[in-house]
Structures are given as structure tokens and as C-alpha cells.
Write a protein that binds this ligand. Structure first.
Ligand code: SF4
Ligand code: SF4
Length: 235
């Protein structure tokens, strides 16, 4: 319905399903019927996705966004013919870039897993609405994307601080936190999608969730040591 609904996840899914190119058509900028101006979201997201594609060694020309109205049938046909021709010239996805099938699969999976983190880290830019083409040139820079991937955080629960209130495990969107009543909670790093929710919701008086960047995550506390021993007040 709206190009603003097209998520990074949809584009990566199309590529991982074997598409050689992805085309997104949106209404002309500033002609959105709603206050949301979803086509700006689409533009920002496509610019980001193209830079991510470059970062992982894929040709960004495989992804195209064009704005047009429903009355521009001939323009649409021209654009599609041109895009089809261009994608054929570029060749098969991954193969033309010299990336093996397994490596390609793992690169796409890795980026897909990081989508919540990427959207969170770039939320301001993704929601912005610039006025001119010049402002959009270099909107996302290669250095910025390198930094985005080199600074991926990990989240860890400090067993000495966790009070087993269970707020984080209830709010985690992917059930990456093992816990339970009176059990010190533990994050499964393989399942965690780095959305940062646990970090945000852990009550400040406990502040048990740590955000770690550039350092190894401490190993999880062994199962048999997870029962919380509460200190009793002296009479
Ligand atoms: S950052 Fe926390 S809430 Fe988000 S997926 Fe990882 S463990 Fe779950
Ligand atoms: S929200 Fe904080 S204190 Fe509560 S279970 Fe999670 S890590 Fe522990």
C-alpha cells in the first residue's frame, strides 16, 4: 500500500530468495496523501540498504527506488525495462560479485539478524525528511556504515546485580533471555537480536544489563548457580 512499509527485511528476503534485483515504486515526494510521508521513509531506508550492500560486497545498483504516480504508465514501463536491462547486465546475485553461495547466505543472514539494531541506531536519519537532492548526496557515508558494523553492541546481565524481576525476559521480542522466578537471568547471545530493550527496561535501581562494545561478553553464569539468594534485613 505504501512504500514506507517496505522494510529492510523485505529487501534482504527478496535477495536471499534468489532475486537478482529489487525494485520499489513509491508516490512522488511531497505528494503523499497522508501526513506520514512514507515515501521519505522508503528513500532513507533504500539509501541505507544500498550502502549496506556495498559494505558486504554487493552491487548496490541491484536495488532501485523510483517515485511516480499511478497515471504514469509509460514512465513505469520505461523504468522497468531499464531496470531489467541493468540487472541482466550486472548478472546473477552474488556470483557476479565473486561471493560464494555459503558466504553470501551468511552475510545476508548476519545483516538480517542485525536489522533491529540498525534501525535503532539509525532511527533519526531513517525518520528524517530532507529538502533537496544535494542534502541526500552522501546521506549515509561508507565510514558511517563501517562504524555501524564495527560497533555492534552485545548485552549481558551482571549476575551480581540481577534481582530476577523478570521484566527483561517478558519484554525481549525473541525470547533470548532465560530466567524464571528467583532465577538470575541470562541472555543467549546467539538468539539476541541486539534491540537493546532489556537495557532500557531493567529498572535503574538494579541496572543489571550491561551494553558491551568491542570487548568479549563474559560467559553465562552456570545453571546451578542461578538461584537468587536474597539478603534478609537484620532485625
Ligand atoms: S537486546 Fe535484550 S531484549 Fe533485545 S533481543 Fe537481545 S536479549 Fe532480547
Ligand atoms: S530486568 Fe534487570 S533485574 Fe530484572 S530480571 Fe532483567 S536483568 Fe534482572
Amino acid at each position: 500500500m505504501c512504500s514506507g512499509r517496505v522494510d529492510l527485511k523485505f529487501i534482504l528476503r527478496a535477495f536471499s530468495n534468489g532475486m537478482d534485483g529489487v525494485f520499489i515504486g513509491g508516490c512522488r515526494l511531497n505528494e503523499c496523501n497522508y501526513v506520514t510521508h512514507g515515501n521519505y521513509h522508503a528513500l532513507n531506508m533504500v539509501l541505507l540498504c544500498r550502502k549496506i550492500m556495498e559494505h558486504i560486497g554487493l552491487n548496490p545498483e541491484r536495488l532501485r527506488l523510483e517515485f511516480m504516480s499511478s497515471s504514469e504508465g509509460l514512465h513505469f514501463a520505461d523504468v522497468m525495462n531499464d531496470f531489467g536491462r541493468q540487472v541482466k547486465e550486472i548478472g546473477p546475485f552474488g556470483k557476479s560479485e565473486g561471493i560464494g553461495e555459503d558466504e553470501l547466505k551468511s552475510k545476508i543472514q548476519e545483516v538480517t539478524k542485525l536489522i533491529p539494531y540498525i534501525k535503532l541506531a539509525k532511527r533519526e536519519k531513517l525518520a528524517s525528511r530532507l529538502e533537496s537532492q544535494e542534502e541526500y548526496d552522501g546521506f549515509f557515508t561508507p565510514d558511517e556504515i563501517d562504524k555501524l558494523f564495527s560497533e555492534v553492541p552485545s548485552y549481558h546481565i551482571d549476575p551480581a546485580k540481577c534481582q530476577a524481576c523478570m521484566i527483561c525476559s517478558r519484554r525481549c521480542p525473541v525470547e533470548a533471555i532465560a530466567g524464571g522466578k528467583n532465577r538470575i537471568h541470562v541472555i543467549d547471545q546467539e538468539t539476541c537480536i541486539k534491540c537493546g530493550t532489556c537495557f532500557e527496561v531493567c529498572p535503574p535501581r538494579f541496572a543489571a544489563v550491561q551494553k558491551i562494545t568491542g570487548e568479549p561478553v563474559p560467559p553465562p553464569i552456570p545453571e546451578e548457580e542461578r538461584m537468587l539468594v536474597r539478603k534478609t534485613k537484620k532485625k
